[in-house]
Write a protein that binds this ligand. Sequence first.
Ligand code: FEO
Ligand code: CA
Ligand code: CA
Ligand code: CA
Length: 722
Amino acid sequence: MTIAPENRPLLTVHTHARGKRSPVTCRLKCNDACLHPAPNESANEYFKDVVSSVLSRRAMLGTLAVAAGAVVIGAQGVTDAPSAEAATLPEGRFPGGGHGKGLSFGAIDPQPVDVDALVVPEGYTWDPIIRWGDPILPGGRTFDPNNQSPEQQAKQFGYNCDYLDILPIRPGEKHRGTRGILVSNLEYTNPEIMFPPTDKYWDVAADGSRTKNAYSRAIERAAHGMAVVEVRRRGTGKPWDYQRISVLNRRIHLDTEFVLDGPAAGSDLLKTVADPTGKRVFGTMNNCAGGTTPWGTVLSGEENFNGYFVAAGANPTADARYGIGSSTSYGWEADEPRFAQSEGYENEANRFGWIVELDPYDPQAKPVKHTAMGRFKHEGANVTLSAKGHAVAYMGDDQAFDYVYKFVSKERVAKGESRWARTHNKTLLSEGDLFVAKFTGDSPAAQIDGSGAVPADGAFDGTGEWLPLVKDGRSKVPGMSVEEVLVYTRLAADKVGATKMDRPEDVEISPVTGRIYVACTNNSGRTPGNATEGATEANPRTHKVVGGATVNGNRDGHVVEIIPSGDQTSTRFTWNLLLVAGDPAVEGTYFAGYPKDRVSPISCPDNLAFDAEGNLWISTDGQPSSSGIAKCDGLFKVPVAGRERGHVQQFLSVPAGAETCGPLVDSRDGMVYVNVQHPGENGSFEAPDSFFPDYVAAGVRPEAGDFRGPRPTVVQVYRDRH
Ligand code: FEO
Ligand code: CA
Ligand code: CA
Ligand code: CA
């Protein structure tokens, strides 16, 4: 299916003013967040100002050794049996479970940014499962990009797939068989690629510039949200086909009804003239990453929701902190008063920015927005169970200098798949305690110099604390009610002294050890002497030197490892940086001590996943600068324990312009799945710069009218057995 790189058309690559995403991604996906000042202007303490001698080195090592052996998590919860493997590992300062086994492959080479191919290791092949525009509901017609309509789009797979899972066909089954339920988020839209350059879709000005019209904006709203699709295959390890018709198939979009639940539901802060109850919302948007719960529902993060609303002006402090401005690039405010937040709709934006829970096994069940989990730019949420069966969710707020959160349910999980148990478990995220993370480094501030050089004690590491925002149903934030804490969670977290992080994205829990991993994707604003904050031990890089030139900011990101001090409900933890990402040939990168000449370059970690063996898999968004040379994004395997800890190996590379999302690794089946998001993002409908995944013959441009432009696609990678 792939085309040799030498036969690809050459692609135009633009450079961004500050970050490494393309300007198109920045504008459409995050409303040019990195071009604006970081909205967190709170005066939380700097790391380097924190007294670093809280724990002596000896005490620190003792704590870690205990933590490493104390907590072992299985699918059914936590036991206190020590991990023999963790206890006996001789090497490494942060040994944990997992051993680097699992899927075997030879790491691929990083691919130059003009390679319009999905590249997989030798011995593997790939196929699309479903693409933007593929019909999934009755009445959905075969994709016709020249005649797209809002009605058709609502019956088709939407645009820019992000979170991905394939669930067993029945809840509670441990393995994927020959039938499954594919669930995918559909984050945002690329109108220049989606719509032909005709007046059916665009208003054209005298100077030739064009603006989306109401028709294309309605298609966009139908292309957002989520999709649920039945998939079938002939056996494990074999590729899936999606089912065009199934009672399970479902599209969630801007017209889908949601229930708002939890402590803030019904609050005056959530009411509009269309919903005087404050408990019923139409739509979800910018659904980025997510997580599948132990009880078989899917969580989805409403991320850059701010970019869809015009500020109402009623709460300028909150508008500024959440980045809601005076105009949008979507322009939907021309279509519905709620996006303009005009009179009667002043609270509409408060009804977005939540964690959404969807039950793919019950097509009739309304999806729910959980106010108990706080409102911010939710990347996603991942849930594990505490020793006593409480649901514990970890969440990132993806913005430069924003925070990492944790939710602990009040109630405990019910075992089994009875109707009663499933109904009960779907209420677990409706009530509980909400915390925000504070990370304290243990090295002297002078040793955290912004270069990424590891301090004298050998690690970026320290202790941490989950600071309560809501506990036992009460606000722990002076001057704010529970409803205010949950609706304006960023403002609440500012007040308690949370630690500013470098864009925390996915936060994933190891199924083997219970350790928690935070992908901090990058922060171009964390520069030397920056007024908001400079280098801290948890975010230690403010610059790098490439080819003799200094590049400011944390351009390549890092991965934090959190070790709970006790079970998952503990409010104390220790932490260290597993990776300080980048080109290993560049100073200031760190791969858990693994030899740098044997790791793949990796930059901008975004989505995380674990395989059954406890290896971490990282997909990237903005993968770039090996010695200043940009590369395509990809998927990487990283063992986190034993001799292989830190051995980053690239598994695949996505085509020109794309970001790698939703990794799902089923090492038992020998299969890997990714969502290829925004392929060819810098091109246009009439001049595509990617032909993924429906490539014409090598090097041949399609005829006019024969759309072979890029389509965001769910991809399966499997062993090539012929
Ligand atoms: Fe939608 Fe934070 O990535
Ligand atoms: Ca240290
Ligand atoms: Ca992401
Ligand atoms: Ca994940």
